[in-house]
Design a binder for this molecule. Structure first.
Ligand SMILES: Cc1cc2nc3c(=O)[nH]c(=O)nc-3n(C[C@H](O)[C@H](O)[C@H](O)COP(=O)(O)OP(=O)(O)OC[C@H]3O[C@@H](n4cnc5c(N)ncnc54)[C@H](O)[C@@H]3O)c2cc1C
Length: 382
């Protein structure tokens, strides 16, 4: 069942074991309770940091374990077995919030904002999407205007993971009129006057993660909160998207694998008409198709991630990985619920939760339609 793992080195395999142990001890026993409460305790960040999960893949000068594409992906893949994508998304929101600071920030900014998050002391969120724009990033309207040694920020951000309790948000703003060249990142810290959470949003799935709408009203931040030069935001964001999409791809194949695991176990045990339901051709063929989809998605994701690790980032392949995995996760979860019958529709069942969680995968981090645009443009030259 573990195709692709033969490509991992000893460090990665050891890390994978650590992540699995962490999931068994710190996520799995509590996931249902946290999902029902629509939140997980802040202590989990400290526990994930202690296990080396938060620092995995970040450069050493920021307090990380050394640059790696693969290690954070392995952590996500392992944590999905805890049965709540919301927990995974919440505990790993730093994975999208920190890279702009790592890639563009000064040494002082990295020590001030990145290192405490990797130690599990602070929570970071990324603010790109707005009430009026998501896919069309060039439509960002939140504006930062320079005023002496400060910038004044006005606008709003929407659907921000960890937004309610983040200690800071890495916010994409407009500092110039050029659609792409006028975008710049800033760090806005909690407690800054004018910065507030407008709403905690209720969701179909990912319930244990907090998702916020944020407001910025004459928020004044020092020039030192600007990340990189004015206008450097768009390219940094495009780099960030590749990691985020690979992360969602790994979450997708892992989701499908967990759903397959639970459906298979049920098909072996559940008796109908005098035999286990897995003996009916209609069910065993479903399981055979599901297993094929899981293998194909995982093998492709591993191959794309290992190429990215080697410095060969192919935008169209990353987009294909994200789309294919998102589809596999949704199809496999759908069939897993079907195989569990009524039990699969109950809130305490892991496949019920994962089937709701999976619906986000074709939407977040760039929709299926936007991925197909990228594949057509960069992969097919259309
Ligand atoms: C649970 C959750 C967590 C999230 N976390 C974060 C976060 O932490 N930070 C953050 O910044 N954002 C976050 N998002 C936002 C997410 O990235 C956006 O929802 C996503 O990018 C889509 O944007 P949108 O919702 O504005 O949809 P829109 O861009 O309005 O798209 C609506 C529909 O139109 C389609 N469409 C748009 N343009 C085209 C086109 N050119 N061609 C074809 N079809 C098109 C889309 O594919 C989609 O089907 C989160 C969203 C959710 C639901």
């Amino acid at each position: 069942m573990l195709h692709g793992m033969q490509s991992l080195d000893d460090v990665a395999l050891a890390f994978q074991k650590t992540c699995r142990r962490f999931t068994r001890e710190h996520i799995e026993p509590f996931a249902h309770e946290w999902e029902e409460a629509e939140l997980f305790p802040r202590e989990l960040y400290g526990q994930a940091a202690a296990a080396g999960i938060l620092a995995a893949g970040f450069p050493e000068d920021c307090g990380g374990t050394g640059k790696s594409t693969m290690l954070p992906l392995l952590a996500l893949e392992a944590m999905i077995w805890g049965g709540s994508t919301g927990v995974v998304a919440g505990v790993s929101s730093h994975g999208i919030a920190l890279p702009p600071i790592v890639n563009l920030g000064t040494a002082e900014q990295k020590q001030r904002w990145v290192a405490p998050v990797l130690r599990g002391e602070h929570i970071a969120a990324l603010g790109i999407t707005e009430p009026g724009t998501g896919s069309d990033v060039a439509g960002v309207r939140t504006r930062a205007v320079r005023d002496g040694d400060t910038y004044v920020i006005n606008g709003a951000k929407m659907f921000i993971t960890s937004g309610c309790r983040a200690d800071f948000v890495t916010v994409l703003t407009r500092t110039g009129d050029d659609p792409h060249g006028g975008l710049t990142f800033f760090v806005v810290e909690r407690g800054t006057p004018g910065f507030s959470v407008s709403r905690a949003l209720k969701k179909t799935g990912w319930r244990a993660s907090d998702t916020a709408e944020l407001a910025f009203q004459d928020v004044r931040v020092p020039v030192g909160n600007r990340i990189g030069d004015e206008g450097s935001g768009f390219i940094a964001l495009m780099q960030n998207f590749q990691n985020e999409r690979l992360a969602l791809a790994f979450m997708g194949h892992a989701t499908a694998e967990v759903a397959l695991h639970d459906a298979l176990a049920y098909a072996r045990e559940r008796i109908a008409f005098g035999k286990p339901i897995g003996k009916f051709q209609a069910i065993r063929h479903k399981l055979a198709e599901m297993a094929t989809q899981v293998q194909a998605a995982r093998a492709f994701n591993y191959s794309v991630a290992l190429r990215c690790e080697a410095g060969d980032v192919d935008v169209s392949h990353v987009s294909m990985a994200k789309n294919f995995s998102a589809r596999v996760a949704n199809e496999v979860c759908y069939e897993a619920v079907q195989i569990l019958g009524g039990a699969g529709y109950m809130r305490e069942s892991r496949v019920e939760r994962l089937s709701r969680d999976a619906r986000l995968l074709p939407i977040g981090g760039g929709t299926t339609e936007i991925m197909n645009e990228l594949i057509a443009r960069w992969g097919l030259g259309l």
